[in-house]
Design a protein around this ligand. Structure first.
Ligand code: SAM
Length: 384
């Protein structure tokens, strides 16, 4: 078992593939954190860190799915069934739940929780284990029920305890927010292929938006990306649209629920009614799968890239999420308009999708004009 060496131990979960984005946001929200380890899961990863900062700020992370105050870290869980279960039992029994409950109250910004609060308990077990999640759950519940710091176990409870085990590592923690952070109240209406808000936010963040930038999502679906752009960043104009009138209607309704202004258009993304070189940053989730089919991906991608190149300013950035990553990669490399600054694969909705971040290149002729518009910024490679 590893003990914290600075402040309280925390973990935040996020979609695998966005570690750099979450670290970056964490740094912005509360800089005094020290990374302990990263747990790599099937769909979600966990950053585990110690921090002495005001943890209420963690509740405002837009790239994180959930956040936990940790009672303890577990390391080196044996694959041997009995020894593995013994270690889990020992860890849960010796976890300082009382101290952790006090930390949770501080993190939620309240004086204290009720005495012996009601609790809910979930186990997530990933990787190869000879014991099942049910066995681990039953054993842990027996131990937790006997602790005086905890009251009754209920489905709706003040405190959510999570035992997270991935391969031979894990943690026992208390969920920091009352409800997981990945649900946004504005998303009352949705449609096929709609993104989780944390993913939408992360896409935009990868385009490194700057104050007052003009932002575009040419295929907005239910509007998750442009709404996150409005709520999460200090942009100038946020422009979006979709060819489907129902998508336009849903985006307008969700934007109104989010109490934010959006210009939503019904249009064809391949022929945008926008002037040349007027957009700074673009993030979009291309049609894919049987829900939103693409008849001829090669043709579509070529036409889309050409239209994005037309409307985008020199040094503009675009984050494109697509199931046709290889085709898009080849197309970009075969031309000279864009260069790929970051490429990653995400596991979304049980399938692998590619996320490419592009920068619109700068011609020798355009460099002078561009230098006048904004200072040149070196591009960090996101491949870490
Ligand atoms: C995967 S969905 C986008 C989902 C969106 N990011 C969200 O979170 O709800 C792709 C969208 O592209 C739209 N679309 C497909 N072809 C288009 C085109 N040529 N012009 C504009 N929109 C298009 C579809 O109607 C669909 O809403």
């Amino acid at each position: 078992m590893t003990e914290p060496d600075l402040g309280q131990l925390f973990a935040v979960s996020f979609y695998s593939g966005f570690r750099d984005v979450v670290r970056d946001e964490l740094q912005e929200v509360g800089p005094a954190f020290k990374l302990k380890t990263t747990l790599l899961g099937k769909r979600h990863d966990f950053l585990v860190f110690t921090s002495a900062v005001d943890a209420t700020k963690l509740l405002h992370l837009r790239s994180a799915e959930n956040a936990f105050v940790l009672c303890c870290l577990i390391d080196g869980i044996p694959t041997h069934r009995v020894r593995g279960l013994e270690l889990v039992e020992h860890t849960v029994a010796s976890a300082r739940i009382g101290d952790c409950l006090q930390a949770l109250a501080r993190c939620r910004g309240i004086a204290c929780l009720s005495d012996s609060p009601d609790w809910r308990f979930t186990v997530q077990l990933q990787g190869y284990h000879k014991s099942s999640a049910d066995e681990v759950h039953k054993l842990s519940v027996e131990v937790l029920t006997a602790l005086p710091a905890l009251g009754k176990r209920r489905n709706e409870a003040e405190v959510d305890l999570r035992l997270q085990i991935i391969r031979d590592k894990g943690f026992l923690g208390l969920q920091l927010p009352r409800k997981a952070m990945n649900k946004r109240p504005y998303k009352a209406l949705t449609r096929a292929g709609s993104l989780d808000p944390t993913v939408a936010y992360s896409l935009i963040r990868l385009t490194k938006p700057e104050l007052g930038d003009t932002f575009l999502d040419p295929m907005c679906g239910a509007g998750t990306i442009p709404i996150e752009a409005r709520l999460g960043f200090r942009l100038g104009a946020v422009i979006c649209g979709d060819e489907d009138s129902q998508a336009v209607h849903i985006t307008e309704r969700n934007a109104s629920t989010a109490e934010t202004e959006l210009a939503v258009h019904q249009w064809n993304a391949l022929h945008l009614p926008l002037a040349n070189e007027t957009v700074d940053t673009i993030a979009t989730n291309l049609p894919y799968g049987k829900d939103v089919p693409l008849d001829n991906p090669g043709h579509f991608l070529r036409a889309l890239l050409s239209e994005l190149a037309r409307v985008m300013r020199i040094e503009g950035r675009a984050a494109l999420l697509t199931a046709h990553g290889n085709d898009l990669d080849k197309l970009v490399r075969s031309g000279s308009t864009f260069r790929i600054t970051s490429a990653r694969t995400l596991n979304l909705y049980c399938r692998a999708v590619a996320l490419l971040v592009l920068e619109r290149g700068i011609s020798r002729r355009g460099r002078k004009a561009s230098n006048r518009r904004r200072p040149h910024k070196a591009i960090d490679s996101d491949k870490k």
